[in-house]
Design a protein around this ligand. Structure first.
Ligand code: NDP
Length: 452
């Protein structure tokens, strides 16, 4: 939507957000994407404007920035920067992952925290929105270095989190190993075994079954729901999935379980293409167990080809369905056009904001099925909330039980998106549906709590 055709309160809020955050273009992109959907809501709910909800929801409730000092294996002192952005607590304790990656900065964490508000709201559960992380790069570091870094990170963070205050989890660069070290240090500093203070824990000590699989499985369940609307399913569909980390790996697993042939995935070093279909067990062996590179997978598979360089070349491969599961803005307008030319009928975002605004506009214009990240990848945080419920009850549920709840949650989120799209936008516009559905629940809670 052109900014001149936006309702006044939205245009004013966007100007205000631009002015205060001009050095954070990625955060502004995330705010624009949500606010552009909210025009019809302002007429139906005048209380939103009366209570200043638009401005209040765009300003984090609390922002922490701290330094992390640790020692590498050579004894050199290293300094990194840490963040925790507590964005919105209207629906429950702050909840959102930690990202360890060299590209992390304040703008990136604010964009992720902002997205998290609406995603968490869409799950229907009692969780607020937050995000955190550091510019530390775990790649190439020894286990000892990762442990010392995690301990130093938690030495600052522990005073700001708690099971009913703020509950971090993993994200890029933060998996089971890092969660273990972070929890260990929290336990040491507080002398409390508060399982509910962090999610994504190992199942041997308080983690939930299906948490590891949840984001990838959930993105595929959402895709299945979208396909159902057109009388389609995943049987014999050709799929491509970008990334090869936690989300990508389990999206690939579920796509295969449902009959699709997954022919390509990527990492930051390039793309592996295997027209007969990837071998999931070997992929998992290289990526999850050995923590290796995709090139190694390709070297072990006679029919796989590894193209080194720009991982974005994955989008030029023909497919029926595509799942961007790597990182933000990894799929641009030109690449979206290529995907459409090659016959892609559905895109489900496993990553956060992987498609640029130009790509999203093209998908919507052409009317393909497009599931935005805040809806399609909400399965991860939904199972994190189930992990918190199990921890609070000192219980552990079976794989089948958690998987069934995840599937139901994804179907409910899909239903919510359709309902709000149909009511305030147009049928099948999951972007507007997710933004409006996510926003209204948070706005109503904020109004109930008064001016805070
Ligand atoms: P991981 O760290 O496990 O994996 C990230 C993967 O993406 C790696 O394979 C990495 O390759 C690859 N990658 C990074 N940049 C690029 C790029 N430009 N092109 C292609 N591949 C790239 O992270 P996750 O799988 O956990 O997270 C992936 C996305 O999903 C993120 O956007 C995250 O915010 C989102 N997400 C994650 C959730 C979770 O539960 N983990 C929940 C909801 C959303 P390399 O190893 O070379 O860096």
């Amino acid at each position: 939507m052109k900014s001149s055709s936006l309702p006044d309160p939205i245009r004013r809020t966007l100007d205000w957000v631009h002015e205060r955050n001009h050095s954070e273009p990625i955060f502004i992109q995330a705010v624009e994407e949500v606010l552009h959907s909210l025009g019809p809501v302002l007429d139906a709910f005048p209380q939103v404007e009366d209570n200043g909800i638009l401005e209040r929801i765009c300003e984090p409730e609390r922002q922490l920035i701290f330094h992390i000092v640790w020692q590498d294996d050579e004894g050199r002192v290293r300094v990194n920067r840490g963040f925790r952005i507590k964005f919105n607590s209207a629906l429950g304790p702050y909840k959102g992952g930690l990202r360890f990656h060299p590209t992390v900065n304040l703008g990136v964490i604010k964009f992720l925290g902002f997205e998290q508000i609406f995603k968490n709201s869409l799950t229907g559960l009692s969780i607020g929105g937050a995000k955190g992380g550091s510019d530390f790069d775990p790649k190439g570091k020894s286990d000892g270095e990762v442990m010392r870094f995690c301990q130093a990170f938690m030495t600052e963070l522990y005073r700001h989190i708690g099971p009913s205050e703020d509950v971090p989890a993993g994200d890029i660069g933060v998996g089971g190993r890092e969660i273990g070290y972070l929890f260990g240090q929290y336990k040491r500093l507080t002398r409390r075994y508060d399982l509910g203070v962090i999610t994504g824990k190992d199942t041997a000590w308080g983690g939930s079954l299906v948490r590891r699989e949840a984001t990838g499985f959930g993105a595929v369940y959402f895709l299945e729901e979208m396909l159902k609307q057109r009388g389609e399913d995943l049987q014999d569909k050709v799929a491509i999935v970008s990334g090869s980390g936690n989300v990508a790996l389990y999206a690939i697993r579920k796509l295969m379980d449902l009959g699709a042939r997954v022919v390509a995935c990527s990492d930051s070093g390039g793309v592996v293409h295997e027209p007969g279909g990837l071998d999931w067990e070997q992929l998992r062996e290289v990526k999850e167990i050995e923590r290796g590179r995709l090139q190694t997978y390709a070297e072990r598979r006679p029919k796989a080809r590894f193209k080194e360089g720009d991982p974005g070349t994955i989008w030029s491969l023909p497919c029926d369905v595509a799942l961007p599961c790597a990182t933000q803005n990894e799929l641009n307008g030109e690449q979206a056009a290529e995907l459409l030319e090659n016959g892609c009928i559905a895109v489900s975002e496993g990553a956060n904001m992987p498609s640029t605004p130009e790509a999203v506009e093209l998908f919507l214009e052409r009317g393909i099925l497009f599931g935005p990240g805040k809806a399609a990848n909400a399965g991860g945080v939904a199972v994190s909330a189930l992990e918190m419920q199990q921890n609070a009850a000192w219980a552990s549920w079976t794989f089948a039980e958690v998987d069934r709840k995840l599937k139901e949650t994804m179907a409910d989120i899909h239903g919510t998106c359709r309902h709000y799209a149909d009511k305030y936008s147009r049928d099948g516009n999951y972007v507007d549906g997710a933004n409006i559905g996510g926003f209204l629940r948070v706005a109503q809670a904020m109004i109930s709590h008064g001016l805070l």
